[in-house]
Design a protein around this ligand. Structure first.
Ligand SMILES: NC(=O)C1=CN([C@@H]2O[C@H](COP(=O)(O)OP(=O)(O)OC[C@H]3O[C@@H](n4cnc5c(N)ncnc54)[C@H](O)[C@@H]3O)[C@@H](O)[C@H]2O)[C@H](O)CC1
Ligand code: K
Length: 500
């Protein structure tokens, strides 16, 4: 699924109206009536007192249409026109006319003194600014937003929380609405997926308003959102006459300094993700633990020898609990000298790379690096804000011709040109061990010869889905990495059921 900016969305709107012979007002009516159905699920129409703040552009037009629909349902409402401009669109004016015909009072807020007492409101609908905000909101709106954020009322933002820009960070002294629910039209918006802003948009729901699929498909954007339909087309069926040699040999290297568990979890996840054969090298003190927990894997005692004697590793995953000792440095040197076809570097492998930046140019083309935020900082340096972070990540990938998987909520994959944000997963994954599991899933897919970027998208998505499905039996608090491994099967089942 694509993530578009305001200009691209406006073009898609225009194309849709033209191709479906819709007026502005009809498209607005479609958008608002679908948002209305979602609002009804969240409010008590008999008891709630809903305040609706409408700007003077199309987002405000949605708000006015919602006011009419709520009034028709006999919901108690108060409508406020947040008048930041005197020029309004035709669709907006038509909605104002309807409200007037229905004798619904429209209160104006044009300065700080006109901001109403919000205490009576039990629900607030924020339709002040949508995707079109492109500069600082006027001071009185900043004050209004501050006041909205202080209320206990249930807050619903329409399309975008007012005050949030689609393509730039807000300044520290700027406000945006922190809503309980954001009903966003058709496609996700980039700031929802970035931690600085996304932290305040915990709950967003996509409202399908029937925008032209054809035009969306034609629109070029570097930003994408990984959904079930994107990845189910990537997953390959296992052929009837296949054998273990058809699905690749994966070698996993890590598990030193008491961190055996790390590479053993990677091994288990790799085994559960379809690799033909999984070989594991870890500190020899951990070999019996490996044998107990991953009977199907093959223990490699002498890793340098294994690298030298077998030029045909389909994929190597290195770094999980590797440590930073001289031994770890030597192992990394061996791996780099081997130049595997498919290489994934996680955890300490990334930390070692950050210490020895001259190694970066030795990475085989399309190596996959899976840093969490702290590891990314060590790799690319500090960033000013999330947009700057994306730029730095992109530059890094271009320079070294690698793929970065930036782990966190909405894990982001960057290949130097495009970004892919994950839609699956939950905060139960914010625990030690989750990354080891992810490394195992992706190494298995790389071993099976999936294209690198496809292996990353599929792996990240499956890992998140497994964590989501595991919530059937566990909670976000209690979920641990091995639970995610046990749900990988169900995650694969879900995607397999979509293969034709
Ligand atoms: N397909 C859809 O997504 C649909 C979206 N709809 C809704 O329309 C808005 C987008 O409408 P638009 O009029 O372009 O933008 P806004 O309502 O966000 O208003 C911005 C408006 O104000 C100007 N402006 C920008 N920044 C400022 C500022 N700081 N101060 C004053 N004025 C500012 C800017 O030039 C714009 O004119 C979308 O979010 C949906 O809610 C429709 O319902 C149809 C389908
Ligand atoms: K809004």
């Amino acid at each position: 699924m694509k993530i578009l900016n305001a200009k691209e969305l406006a073009e898609v709107d225009a194309f849709t109206m033209n191709s479906q012979s819709l007026s502005d007002w009809e498209l607005m009516e479609r958008a608002s009536s679908r948002a209305f159905l979602e609002i009804l699920k969240k409010i008590n129409p008999e008891k709630d007192f809903v305040y609706i703040f409408c700007g003077t552009s199309n987002n405000g037009g949605d708000g006015l249409a919602l006011a009419r629909m709520l009034n028709q349902k006999q919901v108690k409402i108060r409508v406020f026109e947040v008048a930041y401009s005197s020029s309004t669109s035709k669709a907006y004016q038509k909605n104002i006319k309807f409200l007037k015909e229905n004798r619904i009072q429209i209160n104006t807020v044009q300065n700080q003194n006109e901001i109403p007492d919000l205490n009576p409101a039990t629900c607030i609908i924020d339709a002040i600014f949508g995707v079109g905000l492109n500069r600082r909101m006027p001071g009185f709106i900043q004050e209004l937003v501050k006041k909205i954020n202080l209320t206990e009322a249930f807050k619903i933002s329409i399309d975008v929380p007012s005050g949030m820009y689609l393509e730039q960070s807000i300044e520290t002294d700027e406000e945006f609405v922190i809503s309980d629910l954001c009903l966003t039209f058709q496609l996700p918006k980039l700031p929802f997926l970035l931690p600085e802003t996304g932290h305040y948009v915990e709950n967003f729901k996509l409202i399908d308003i029937g925008l032209s699929e054809e035009k969306i498909k034609q629109t070029k954007t570097p930003y994408n959102y990984i959904t079930t339909s994107d990845v189910s087309s990537i997953l390959k069926k296992r052929a009837k006459f296949s054998h273990k040699g058809s699905f690749g040999n994966a070698l996993l290297i890590g598990g030193y300094e008491g961190m055996w568990g790390s590479v053993i979890m990677t091994t288990q996840a790799c085994l559960r993700s379809g690799a033909g054969k999984v070989y594991t090298h870890l500190d020899k003190t951990g070999r019996l633990v490996l044998a107990q927990h991953a009977l199907e894997s093959i223990y490699i005692q002498n890793c340098p020898k294994a690298l030298k004697s077998n030029p045909n590793w389909n994929a190597i995953g290195v770094g999980m609990g590797l440590g930073l000792s001289n031994n770890a440095v030597q192992l990394m040197e061996e791996v780099l000298a081997h130049q595997p076809k498919r290489l994934l570097l996680d955890a300490d492998a990334i930390n070692l790379l950050s210490k020895q930046k001259n190694w970066l140019k030795l990475l085989p083309k399309n190596s996959v690096l899976t840093p969490h935020i702290g590891e990314l900082k060590r790799l690319v340096g500090e960033w000013d804000n999330d947009f700057d972070k994306l730029n730095k990540a992109k530059q890094f990938c271009k320079t070294y011709q690698v793929v970065l998987i930036i782990k966190g909520a909405h894990t982001c994959i960057c290949d130097g040109t495009n970004f892919y944000f994950n839609s699956s997963g939950n905060p139960g994954l914010a625990k030690a061990g989750s990354g080891d599991v992810l490394a195992g899933v992706i190494t298995a897919l790389l071993a099976q010869n999936y294209k690198v970027l496809e292996a990353c998208q599929l792996g990240v998505y499956l890992h998140g889905v497994a964590a989501d499905l595991a919530l059937e039996s566990f909670s976000e608090h209690s979920l641990i990495a091995t639970d995610v491994i046990s749900y990988l099967g169900k995650a694969f089942q879900l995607l397999e059921s979509k293969i034709d």
